[in-house]
Write a protein that binds this ligand. Structure first.
Ligand code: 13P
Length: 263
């Protein structure tokens, strides 16, 4: 099931709490010069700026005809209501947001997001016509205790609760080992492939082989230009969710252009 039919890669820039709306516009325009339209025929790119930048990035993408998808880093599952400081999926869809990161480890650990809350967001994103990027990943202790596969399987099962096989087929999963995020320590391509393969098997159990064959699974955690091509060559790794190296188009473009970087 792994490799027969390659899925279209998705390379995503998670800017986290970086870049104001002026800087966001600059980076998107710079990236558009560094990524060729031919490259975008075979790779999807999504940009996930802070909420306050989204409208500005939408405007520059649409007015300049730039072929990157707009993304968000988070959402609230309710359509509207008394949720001070939150942003709904309807609001994001109205700005033509295509992908929404859900359940990032920073949200889970720093903001106490539960598996149930993550699953509700996944369903809300899909119901609003957008695609969730569902993040899962283990701590260093869990990896050292050989608990990685069990941990990520539990997270993924919980996040997919209540979603149909048809919906799941179009979702994106991001495997982000917590110990590799922002540390410069990248999982080896073999280790990342093994976990992504396991996640695909979990999807097959939950939603069947067709959903498992089409769901896209990204790797995230210290992805850089010099390791992207090796990771992307693995049969179950369909893309990358990039933090630090996505903040400057000079370091992100070679990741998007991983095929040419591989020579
Ligand atoms: P880094 O690429 O900075 O390690 O961040 C990964 C990440 O958390 C992307 O969501």
């Amino acid at each position: 099931m792994s490799g027969e039919q390659r899925r279209r890669p998705l390379i995503s820039a998670n800017w986290k709490m970086h870049l104001n709306h002026f800087e966001a516009i600059q980076q998107v325009q710079k990236l558009s010069y560094l990524v060729s339209t031919e490259e975008l025929e075979s790779v999807d790119v999504s940009i996930h700026p802070p909420f306050v930048d989204i409208r500005s990035v939408q405007t520059v993408l649409e007015s300049d005809g730039i072929g990157f998808a707009l993304g968000a880093q988070n959402c609230h599952p309710e359509a509207s209501g008394a949720f001070t400081g939150e942003v709904s999926t309807q609001m994001l869809a109205k700005l033509h947001v295509h992908y929404v990161i859900v359940g990032h480890s920073e949200r889970r650990t720093l903001f106490g997001e539960s598996d149930d809350f993550v699953a509700a967001k996944v369903r809300a994103v899909h119901a609003a016509g957008m695609t969730p990027i569902i993040c899962v990943g283990e701590t260093l202790d869990e990896r050292e205790a050989d608990a990685t596969e069990a941990r990520v399987a539990r997270q993924l099962e919980a996040a997919l609760d209540g979603s149909s096989p048809d919906a799941i087929a179009g979702f994106v999963v991001a495997y982000e080992p917590i110990w590799a995020i922002g540390t410069g320590r990248v999982a080896s391509a073999d280790d990342a492939q093994a976990v992504c393969h396991h996640l695909r098997a979990v999807v097959e159990e939950i939603a069947g082989s067709s959903a498992a064959a089409s769901i896209r699974i990204q790797y995230g955690g210290s992805v850089k230009a010099d390791n992207a091509a090796e990771l992307m060559a693995r049969p179950d790794i369909d893309g990358a969710l990039v933090g630090g190296a996505s903040l400057d188009a000079d370091t992100f473009a070679p990741i998007v252009n991983f095929r040419s970087a591989a020579g």
